[in-house]
Ligand binder design. Structure first.
Ligand code: PGA
Length: 243
């Protein structure tokens, strides 16, 4: 039995179309065994979605990193659900902490993106997580309740929805939540929204098995370690390994 159900690689603003094609072509055989047991997902930047899909890897799903809530309109720089669906994209991230911190994404816009994506048939990985200052101030639970509460209030239906708990202080820093911190946070998320919960924040091949072995961790959202075929395949293998 696999210990995870979904491992997603968030490429952020890395890999153009040519690199996306070669990466997915190389990843597909490297995750052949793991993909029998769990869902393997890559999230390329928008210009590389088509190339990642055209690589034709049946065992690697392609998700976007973001999507707008409107069907069409004067929203420079945004992409709609139907555009992603037309391309063949299977799902999308919403509310990643970099969107929240650097691009003004809020609980409300995150929820609006989630609702539109689900209505259009896209799977959704909605990202939540506290800042370091919020954790130090003892506000982690309140922050998660607010962020996840906004998703729960907006969601009509929990099908196709996954939450990624990513403590912001663990993203790209090499610092990882302890088993207790992750367990506690995942329990808060699941109390409000009973959906699969991924852990994200400095997941690497050498810590993936321990993180993914936690009872309330259903998978991982991987940034840096998803940019290299061997390391992403190793994280996927860790998730597929029997506990
Ligand atoms: P990281 O990023 O694995 O590089 O910490 C995770 C994320 O931002 O989703």
């Amino acid at each position: 039995m696999a210990i995870a159900s979904l491992i997603a690689g968030n490429w952020k603003m890395f890999k153009g179309p040519a690199e996306a094609t070669s990466f997915v072509s190389a990843l597909s055989p490297a995750v052949a065994a793991a993909a029998n047991e769990l869902d393997v997902v890559v999230c390329p930047p928008p210009v590389s979605l088509g190339a990642a899909l055209q690589a034709g890897a049946a065992n690697v799903q392609v998700f976007a990193q973001n999507v707008h809530w409107a069907e069409a309109g004067a929203f420079t720089g945004e992409v709609s659900v139907s555009m992603l669906v037309e391309l063949g994209v299977a799902g999308t991230l919403v509310g990643h902490s970099e969107r929240r911190q650097l691009f003004g994404e809020t609980d409300e816009t995150t929820a609006a993106r989630m609702v539109a994506a689900r209505a259009g048939g896209l799977q959704v990985i909605a990202c939540v997580g506290e800042l370091e200052a919020e954790r130090e101030a003892g506000e982690t639970e309140a922050v998660l309740e607010r962020q996840v509460g906004a998703l729960a209030d907006a969601a009509d239906d929990l099908d196709g929805l996954v939450v990624a708990y990513e403590p912001v202080w663990a993203i790209g820093t090499g610092r990882v939540a302890t088993v207790e911190q992750a367990q506690e946070a995942h329990a808060v998320v699941r109390r409000i929204l009973p959906v699969p919960v991924l852990y994200g924040g400095s997941v690497k091949p050498d810590n993936a098995h321990e993180l993914l072995g936690m009872p309330d961790v259903d998978g991982a959202l991987v940034g840096g370690a998803s940019l290299d075929v061997a390391s992403f395949a190793a994280v996927c293998a860790a998730g597929a390994r029997s506990s």
